[in-house]
Design a protein around this ligand. Structure first.
Ligand code: KPL
Length: 309
């Protein structure tokens, strides 16, 4: 019995986007890359090395209407790029049935379009795979993690949404993958992991593993504690345990925020500790450590920009 094979459009040629494009292609899916970067047309030769290896030439489209019929869109971009991608999709698929899998660090991105297009079937993908980009077309798979996918609250009648037909193909692309109908909690847990690891490793300029040193434990505890006060369903000790598991599993990896700082790129701080800080203000819950780290990263970005030629 054959599996359901789908058409996929992958938006984002970042470290993880490339890993998933290659994984989907290897599992037999038809994959188009969506990119408006001039270096990417009309096709790209993607490669990954590290814990897994693959290489494949994939077609590139730069207009949403060139997507294969009924394609599922996998959007793996930085949090601050999501609004623009969703606005473009909205201008082509407004009011239509569209299946979208979204994966990014942090929370709070893309909300305006998603609330307008509530008929879109949106799935959130949370992953702890670690990867970094050797160059635009080459991802290094630095740590095998695991992933969870589930329907986004309030989208496309999520309450009675069964597992999508393409789930086995998607699982095969980058295992292990778990179906999770409470994906919202998983997103909060991943948020806590990124709030604890990313700014601390980026400010110190170190690989994730350094954060297991005792000098960081009070700060990590404060970050987790504040997040558990903002989102009351979370347990601060459990969050701490998860943070340390990821620190250990990705010890040799440089977190994405450190990579962004080094590349002089925009960081995701507004969607990580900045999001927690804003939620704290909205709910009247004190989140001084998350607010302080947000300011420190912003200062660091300004400092770096001031020293660029
Ligand atoms: O998601 C990550 C990131 O770097 O953004 C972690 C899990 C911290 C791996 O580095």
């Amino acid at each position: 019995m054959g599996r359901k094979q789908m058409n996929w459009v992958v938006v984002g040629t970042g470290a993880l986007g490339n890993l998933w494009s290659l994984g989907l292609a290897a599992s037999g899916a038809s994959v188009q890359i969506f990119s408006r970067h001039s270096a990417d047309s009309p096709e790209v030769l993607l490669q990954n090395s590290g814990r897994t290896t693959a290489e494949k030439r994939l077609a590139v489209i730069s207009e949403p209407q060139d997507a294969a019929p009924g394609a599922v869109w996998l959007v793996m971009v930085k949090a601050w790029q999501l609004d623009e991608v969703l606005e473009l999709l909205e201008s082509n698929f407004s009011g239509q049935l569209l299946q979208l899998v979204i994966s990014h660090n942090g929370m709070g991105a893309g909300e305006p379009v998603l609330s307008r297009q509530s008929q879109w079937q949106v799935y959130d993908l949370v992953t702890t795979h670690g990867a970094w980009r050797r160059n635009r077309f080459h991802s290094v798979h630095a740590g095998i993690g695991q992933s969870w996918i589930g329907p986004r609250k309030g989208s496309g009648g999520e309450a009675d949404r069964a597992k999508p037909l393409w789930l086995p193909e998607f699982e095969n692309a980058r295992p292990p993958l778990n179906w999770d109908t409470a994906i919202e909690s998983r997103r909060w847990q991943k948020l806590a992991i990124n709030c604890a690891i990313n700014p601390l490793a980026a400010l110190a300029g170190v690989a994730n593993g350094e954060l297991s040193k005792p000098g960081y434990s009070q700060t990590i505890a404060a970050i987790c504690d504040e997040i558990a006060r903002v989102e009351k369903r979370l347990d601060p000790d459990e969050l701490m345990g998860q943070v340390y598991n990821v620190i250990e599993a990705t010890a040799g990896n440089q977190c994405s925020m450190l990579q962004d700082l080094k590349a002089g790129q925009v960081t995701e701080i507004d969607y990580l500790n900045g999001f927690v800080c804003e939620q704290g203000k909205r709910l009247n819950v004190k989140t001084p450590m998350n607010c302080e780290l947000t300011d420190k990263i912003k200062q660091k970005v300004k400092h770096i920009a001031g020293h660029q030629p």
